[in-house]
Write a protein that binds this ligand. Sequence first.
Ligand SMILES: NC(=O)c1ccc[n+]([C@@H]2O[C@H](COP(=O)([O-])OP(=O)(O)OC[C@H]3O[C@@H](n4cnc5c(N)ncnc54)[C@H](O)[C@@H]3O)[C@@H](O)[C@H]2O)c1
Length: 337
Amino acid sequence: MTARRVALIGAGGIAQTYLRLLGQARADEIVLAAVVDIDETAAERAARPFAVPAFTSHALARDSVDLDAVIVCTPPVTHATIASDFLRVGVSVLCEKPLTLDAAAARSLVAEARSSAALLSMAAKFRFVADVAEARRRLLDGEIGEVVQVDNTFAAVVPMEHRWTADRAVAGGGVIIDNGTHSVDLVRWFAGPIREVMAVEGPRQQGLEVEDNAQLLTRSTSGATGRIDLSWSLAIDEPWYLRVHGTDGAIDIGWRESRLRTAGNDWRRFGRGYDKLAAMGEQLRNFVAAVDGREPLAVGTDDAIASVEVIEAAYRSLGTQSFVPVAPPKPRVELAS
Ligand SMILES: NC(=O)c1ccc[n+]([C@@H]2O[C@H](COP(=O)([O-])OP(=O)(O)OC[C@H]3O[C@@H](n4cnc5c(N)ncnc54)[C@H](O)[C@@H]3O)[C@@H](O)[C@H]2O)c1
């Protein structure tokens, strides 16, 4: 097997986890071939231990280094351009979430990927958490019946005042797009496609130009509902971040362990909780295997578009106090008189 040559685009916070994984990866499967960051010091610091070139422009790296794939770890506003610049030359892209700031950009990026031999995936690490994967297997095996409701909470105190995360032009919004992108992917993963969504914003506690507290209600095409709590300002300290309620039981997926209960029976514990490194390692392994043609991509372009569409619909619904359809509105057909 020839190792896949990968470049890391963006060498900030989340990139450090990918660097750890690349440092541990089998050299015959994946090798880091270049690092790019507009901050030269950050690029060089990341590249040095691997003895690979550092660049301050992704286009320069693309034109100078032989690459099979890139991992895009830059702020969201840059994702569409960077991903497109690599897809266009046949380099596969694992893009950090959110894929893009809006659904129109997501659709055009996906169209580009579909017309190229290269693959496009959006990072959705929670799907690769071992407990989440086991929960889904057990759901599909029928252990809790059909999904009725999914509850998700991603709420912790994270001061965002001086970060791009709170800059609407860079991030596309606040906690709804930041944490909520993970949430809607999980709801879709367990309850299927989301048909409509309603978002409610809570008080702004950090004085930001974007929301730092919000709740989303979703309805899937199956009729199942989703209830999502998002916050950068409230520490909602619960052991379970995802609860899947079924017709014949329930599954709670937690930070330290998980549990399943079938109707009329006690909870039975399973799993070991949340392990970010292991989950992102599994995500990277699947991406590289898919680039190699050895297995299907776990998070495909339909998933990536859908997550952006649900978040966009959630923002459309803010302030309307009503559900908003996720599917793009159909163009009006004017009847000839
Ligand atoms: N999956 C997760 O759990 C997770 C966690 C954190 C962040 N993220 C996502 O990862 C992405 C990066 O977030 P972060 O927290 O690492 O941000 P960060 O600010 O820590 O790092 C971003 C880096 O990108 C560099 N950069 C900016 N524009 C660039 C460009 N055009 N070309 C090359 N480099 C550029 C910056 O200099 C910086 O070093 C975001 O999309 C974010 O939503 C995902």
